[in-house]
Each structure stands twice: as C-alpha cells, then as structure tokens.
Write a protein that binds this ligand. Structure first.
Ligand code: GCU
Length: 427
C-alpha cells in the first residue's frame, strides 16, 4: 500500500477509497496562506453596506472570476431557444407525479444542439398556489439514468466511458436506466412537494477537450477561437442552466422564484458558477465540488489548480493556467465564489472520504463567505468549527460532511430538502 493511501485510510477511517497519489492529504502540510479580502474594494476601501457590495464589490468579484477562472460568455452568444414538449404523463412515479419532457432547441428548431429536460412535478391536486418549487441540475449520464420509466429515452450523444454505469465506446445504453436514482431522489422530492428538472450535461457541451468543435460551441463563431478570458466547459454548462431557468419562467406549473440549483463534483462547480452568474437561482447547493468549486485553492490540499488544469484543460478559461503552482497569486479564492451567491441561501456538502475534494477547504470557504451574509443581516455558517461527520450546520450557508465518499445520496437530499423548506418557508 502506498504511503499516501495509508495516510488517507488512517486519517479518514472508513473504507479503502484511495485518492490519487502525489498530492497533499496532510493537514499539517497545508501552506500558510492569506485569502484575498472579500469585503475590500479594489481601491482598498472596506465595503460597509449592502449597496456597496451590490453595486461595487460584487461586480468586481464576478469580473475577477470571469477573467481569471471560468471565463466570460463570448459577445456573440445569444440566448434564444425554442421549447417543444416531447412527452407528458400525469401518471408518473406510480401515479404521484406529472412527467414532462421538453426539448430546448438552442437555435434552430429540429436541429442540434438541444437540451432535453426531464421534469417531474407533484400531481396537480398537490400543487400549492398552482405552481411548485423545484430542484434542478445537470446529470452526468443521461436523463434515463434518473428514472426507471421507459418513456424517458436513452440519449444517443457522446457519453463518458464509465464502467460503473456501463457506458462504453462513448455511448449510453439501456443497461444504465435508473442507476442514478439514488443521486437524484425524484420520489422523495415529489413526496415532499418539490419538482425535479434535470438535463444531461453533454447536451450542452460534451466533456472532453476537442478544441470547441461540438455542443453549443458550434453555434457561435467566437467559440471556435476563444480568447484567454472566454468560457470553458464549466461556464458553458452554467449558461445551459440559465437557459433551463428561462424555460422554467415559461412553465406555469413551476414556481420559478423557488428554484434550488444543485450539482455534484464538476457539476457542483458548475452549480456555484451558474448561481453566481444568474441571480434567478434562489438557492444554490454544491455536493463534493472540490477544487474550482467550494474548496479553497490556496490550501493546496487534495486536487490542485495545476492538476485540474492539466487533467481537464477545457473546464476553465486559459487564464486560469497562470495559477498552476501559483495559487497565492490568484486575485480571488473560492470563498469569494460562495459570497457571490449572497444573500441567497447556499449549501455546501462534503463527504469525509472524499479527501480529494478537501472537505475542510469546502467548509472554510463557506465560513469565509459568511461576512458577506452578515452584511445583509444574515447568519452564514453560524460556527467557525468544521463540524463532525453527519452533523449539518449553518443558517444561510448550510454545510455538512457526511459519511461515505464522493457522490450525492439520500442523506444529502434529506438535508437539501430541509434547507429548501426552511428558506422557501414551506413548513
Ligand atoms: C475528478 C476531478 C474533480 C471533479 C471530479 C468529478 O475527480 O479531479 O475536480 O470534481 O472528477 O467531476 O467527478
């Protein structure tokens, strides 16, 4: 057993979930660091009021993330789409739900690229005030993996090869139907009065480094020759989430003012960035989002900026490469991303065995974003202590580190539902 694996197992107890070797998993080796001050304007003055945050500092921070981390949306991108209802049933999930499948053609009706939305809503008679709050987010493997219902087709697009899911030759197949139900919990959501709307992330941009020759990049000429500060895949996926939000605004069964956005891992990074860019998302939740998500880059714990830029060169804008092995030069750190969600509630979830994603770094981000919530008279994490396992904490910045490893499961969703009910005042 490699030393680093041994350390991981010893420190985090359960299981033999090995993390990539050659990275730091030792708290005592975290370098000393100084975070950029979230409430200090570029002029050096301290932000003292909500209006200074909203009008001056928030735009500054957003711009820093666009320029140095995720990339801005190129100027020729237009947001138009045409939605076409593909299928609907009011006898879904054992008669408890409405299932609606809607295709968002991103430019030309009848042509690729398009986003296929799978929507489950509690039955009409259960709807309060005629519309329901929903959870939304992108999925990794296709809408058919979120349900056993055969009416949801297997997509025929590029798919990640994943032996756990059974996708190979970059194609999805019927064998993976329903394998991610645990990760999305449609039945629990519907029984608790929430809808679920999800789409396959590959509908927006297939997740490989291809020089921007597919997905939405084919729509906009500038996307084929991107500038150093223009979007990578994470910002593209986030843009797709905003188009989904545009659709929710047109669906009268969806309470578009109560949309909770969530995502796991790279799609948790995406949820945070989408929530920063688009303030229509009322709650933002990231699960195990790690490096480039909720985890502080300056801790250099688990995955690093250099490693993420090397393994996934298409996720961030080119400028982010400047910070490989130079996290301390970044003009931002990820607590400032969390702060961009304020004053909207944000929830950060970690898993104790997912040391690659740096649970402590994810917590400290939420903690360090809390002063911005306090400016609004709200409590953030409410404690400076990283809580023990399976102990949810926080008011406007919710946090837990659950037992187990990298995934989203029933425990996570129970916390998200409770958090959303509290903030949406649904109890
Ligand atoms: C890799 C990557 C992470 C990412 C994860 C995922 O582990 O290093 O940054 O979050 O994949 O998206 O599953």
């Amino acid at each position: 057993m490699k030393l680093i694996t041994l350390i991981t197992v010893l420190t985090f107890g359960a299981g033999l979930y090995a993390q990539p070797a050659g990275y730091n998993y030792d708290e005592s080796k975290v370098p000393e660091y100084k975070l950029p001050e979230v409430l200090k304007l570029a002029t050096g003055r301290t932000v003292m009021s909500v209006s200074q945050w909203q009008e001056k500092r928030r735009p500054e921070v957003l711009e820093l993330f666009r320029k140095h981390v995720y990339g801005r949306i190129p100027g020729d991108v237009d947001n138009s789409f045409i939605s076409v209802l593909q299928e609907e049933s009011n006898q879904a999930l054992g008669g408890k739900a409405i299932r609606r499948q809607v295709r968002l053609y991103l430019k030309v009706k009848g042509e690729s690229p398009y986003i296929d939305l799978l929507i489950y809503l509690p039955k009409k008679e259960l709807l309060r005030d005629g519309s329901v709050p929903i959870f939304t987010g992108l999925n990794f493997n296709g809408n058919h993996t979120v349900t056993l219902e055969k009416q949801v087709p297997v997509h025929s697009k590029w798919s990640r090869n994943d032996p756990r899911v059974g996708h190979k030759d970059n194609r999805a197949n019927e064998g993976s139907r329903g394998v991610k139900i645990e990760r999305w919990q449609p039945e629990m959501l519907v029984s608790q009065g929430f809808g679920l709307a999800t789409a396959y992330y590959g509908d927006i941009d297939p997740d490989f480094d291809d020089g921007w020759k597919n997905g939405i990049h084919t729509l906009f000429p500038s996307s084929t020759k991107l500038k150093k500060d223009e979007w990578g895949s994470i910002a593209s996926w986030a843009w797709g989430l905003s188009r989904m939000m545009d659709y929710f605004e047109t669906d009268e069964d969806i309470d578009h003012q109560r949309v909770a956005l969530t995502g796991l891992s790279r799609l948790g990074k995406t949820a945070l960035w989408a929530g920063a860019e688009d303030e229509r998302f009322a709650i933002v939740i990231s699960t195990d989002s790690g490096c480039g998500g909720a985890a502080l880059s300056r801790r250099v714990f688990g995955e690093t900026v250099k490693r993420i830029n090397t393994s996934f060169p298409h996720w961030f804008c080119d400028n982010f490469n400047q910070y490989n092995d130079a996290e301390h030069h970044l003009p931002v750190d990820q607590h400032m991303l969390v702060a961009l969600i304020a004053p909207r509630p944000v929830y950060i979830a970690s898993a104790i065995e997912d040391v690659w994603a740096d649970p402590k770094g994810e917590f400290v981000s939420g903690l360090e974003a809390s002063p911005v919530y306090e400016l609004f008279g709200k409590v953030g994490t409410g404690t400076a202590e990283h809580p023990p396992v399976d102990n949810p904490i926080g008011d406007y910045v919710g946090y837990h580190m659950r037992s187990g490893d990298h995934d989203a499961n029933r425990f996570d969703w129970e916390q998200y539902i409770r958090f959303a009910k509290r903030h949406f005042k649904l109890n």
